[in-house]
Design a binder for this molecule. Sequence first.
Ligand code: NAD
Length: 332
Amino acid sequence: MGLAFVDLCYKGLMKKFLVTGGAGFIGSHLVDRLLASDIERVTVVDDFNDFYDPSIKRTNILDHLRNPRYQISEVDIRDRVALEQVFDKNNFDCIVHLAARAGVRPSLSEPQLYTETNINGTVNLLELARHKNIKQFVFGSSSSVYGINAKVPFSEDDPIRQPISPYAATKGAGELLCHTYSHLYGLRCVCLRFFTVYGPRQRPDLAIHKFAKLISKGKPIPVFGDGTTRRDYTYIDDIINGVMAAINYDKSDYEVINLGESRTVELRELISLLEKELDAHAIIDRQPPQPGDVPQTFADISKARALLGYNPKTQFEDGLHRFVEWFRAKLV
Ligand SMILES: NC(=O)c1ccc[n+]([C@@H]2O[C@H](COP(=O)([O-])OP(=O)(O)OC[C@H]3O[C@@H](n4cnc5c(N)ncnc54)[C@H](O)[C@@H]3O)[C@@H](O)[C@H]2O)c1
């Protein structure tokens, strides 16, 4: 990441930030970047739930806690009253809303929890943004909203009326709610559709991290389907460049924008690259395709390039190498 990019996208108009989910994978990287910029204050709302080991989230924020421009509120976004108290104490210019129940497969067994968090929690934040006259709302959406989209690459104009998991449906609903609040109350909303994000601190439930753990322990890795599913993997630094640009986007009141690398990697290829990086053999435990999983994701990023100056630079092989370096260091 070059400093020049940060200077270009961070115009210094926004000073006081709320980052929901700021102890998680993407959120903690965003907080790193914000604290490295000329902002006044970053407030994080995160409930440190046990979707994965909360001690990982505590580790993610260790450096942040030492910064006087940082504060953390351990609040659940479903709790409107507690959330309101956070807003009453602060005068936010911008909300980056990343708190969510993430993950496609677990959403099938806990649809209510996903709905309450990802939809009701988002409404709580939009309501507070409206009442507190906050200028900018950046929403962390997902490529999963495209469902089984046969047309590639996926573009923002493609219909998203056929999600195939509760998680995808909640993210689509979040985008629609952002549109409603933008239309009714002039809140500027930028919905960013992230395509499988990876890199240091990646969530342990996601394939790259999960496989790295199992392969390095000599345990079998579950491979759903015949290994031909494809994903557009996006390196975390590229994603954060896109989020920083969205924070300052001011050309229209509502946009939906893909953030991917615009290259797809087959599951079989991912496994063999990981074997090479880890210098270990993967034992495959073949499983039937999982309900809710889409066969492919592939982002058309021409809109992100045009509106945000987004220009992802990380080749998958390089990003995977950096992930494995982090993964190995963590084990020491
Ligand atoms: N990682 C990806 O590949 C990816 C892809 C598409 C979209 N997204 C979206 O990006 C966002 C961040 O994802 P991530 O991978 O960093 O996940 P993450 O689970 O690491 O981060 C989410 C954070 O939100 C917090 N959170 C969850 N529910 C909460 C609640 N009710 N109240 C307060 N905090 C709560 C969690 O404790 C966690 O720290 C999510 O909205 C996710 O849906 C991620």
